[in-house]
Design a protein around this ligand. Structure first.
Ligand SMILES: *Cc1c(COP(=O)(O)O)cnc(C)c1O
Length: 219
C-alpha cells in the first residue's frame, strides 16, 4: 500500500473532530510530500533539528507538531514556526518555551504530557505535579504559552484492558482540567497500535506514524 492509501484508510476510520497528526520522524522529505499531496497538513516530529530541517525544505502551510521529549536548549530553534508542543513535562521547560515565544512575539500552544503508562521510561507529569504546575504563580505569569490540553502514551502491551484503563484515566484528568483552565480542547492520545481504543476513550488527536509511512529504520 502507498502512503496515500494508508492515509485514506486511516482517515476513513477517524470520527469527525479527531485530528490526525502524521508522525514522520526518521522519514525522508519525499515521504512527507507524498502525504502532503494526499492532503495531509499536520505532521509530528520528535527531534527538534530534524523538524527544523523539514520545515525549511517543505511547503510552508504544513503545521509542525513537536511530539517528542524536548531539551530546553533546543526550544529556541523551533519557536518561530512550531504550531503545537505535545510533550511539555516540567515547569522549567514551560518557562523556557514562554521566554523564547516572547522573543518572537508569539503565544505557543502546548500540551502537558501526563505519565499514564506503567513503564517508568515514559516521560510526563503525575497528577500532583500537574496540579502544582497549574496552580503556581509562575504559571499564572506566563503570557506567551497557552496550555490547550493533555498528551499521554499508554503502556506498550498487548493487554487492551490495561491500555484502555490508562486512556480513561487521562480522559478523566482532561475533563477535570477543562473545569480549571480555559482553552482546554485537545486530548492527544493514541498511536498506530492503540488509536482505536484511544478514540473510544475520548481522544481527539491521534499521532500515527508507522501505519502511514511504514516501519521506521533507525540505523
Ligand atoms: C513515534 C511516536 C508516535 C507514532 O508511533 P507509531 O507507533 O509509529 O504510530 C506517536 N507518538 C509519539 C510521542 C511518538 O514518539
Amino acid at each position: 500500500m502507498s502512503i496515500k492509501d494508508n492515509l485514506n484508510t486511516i482517515k476513513s476510520k477517524l470520527p469527525e473532530g479527531v485530528t490526525l497528526v502524521a508522525v514522520s520522524k526518521t522519514k525522508p522529505n519525499e515521504d512527507l510530500l507524498e502525504a502532503y499531496e494526499a492532503g495531509q497538513r499536520v505532521f509530528g516530529e520528535n527531534k527538534v533539528q530534524e523538524m527544523v530541517q523539514k520545515w525549511e525544505d517543505l511547503p510552508k502551510d504544513i503545521e509542525w507538531h513537536m511530539i517528542g521529549h524536548v531539551q530546553r536548549n533546543k526550544v529556541k530553534y523551533m519557536t518561530e514556526f512550531v504550531s503545537l508542543i505535545h510533550g511539555v513535562d516540567s515547569p522549567r521547560l514551560l518557562k523556557e518555551i514562554n521566554k523564547q515565544a516572547k522573543k518572537h512575539d508569539r503565544v505557543i500552544p502546548c500540551l502537558l504530557q501526563i505519565h499514564i503508562a506503567e513503564e517508568d521510561t515514559k516521560f510526563g507529569l503525575d497528577k500532583a505535579e500537574l496540579d502544582e504546575l497549574i496552580n503556581s504563580d509562575a504559571f499564572e505569569a506566563m503570557e506567551n504559552i497557552k496550555i490547550v490540553g493533555l498528551m499521554g502514551m499508554a503502556t506498550f502491551t498487548d493487554d487492551k484492558n490495561q491500555v484502555r484503563k490508562e486512556f480513561a484515566q487521562l480522559k478523566s484528568m482532561f475533563d477535570e482540567l477543562t473545569t480549571k483552565l480555559e482553552d482546554i480542547t485537545i486530548l492527544s492520545m493514541g498511536m498506530s497500535g492503540d488509536y482505536q481504543i484511544a478514540i473510544e476513550e475520548g481522544s481527539n488527536m491521534v499521532r500515527i506514524g508507522s501505519s502511514i509511512f511504514g516501519v521506521r529504520n533507525y540505523s
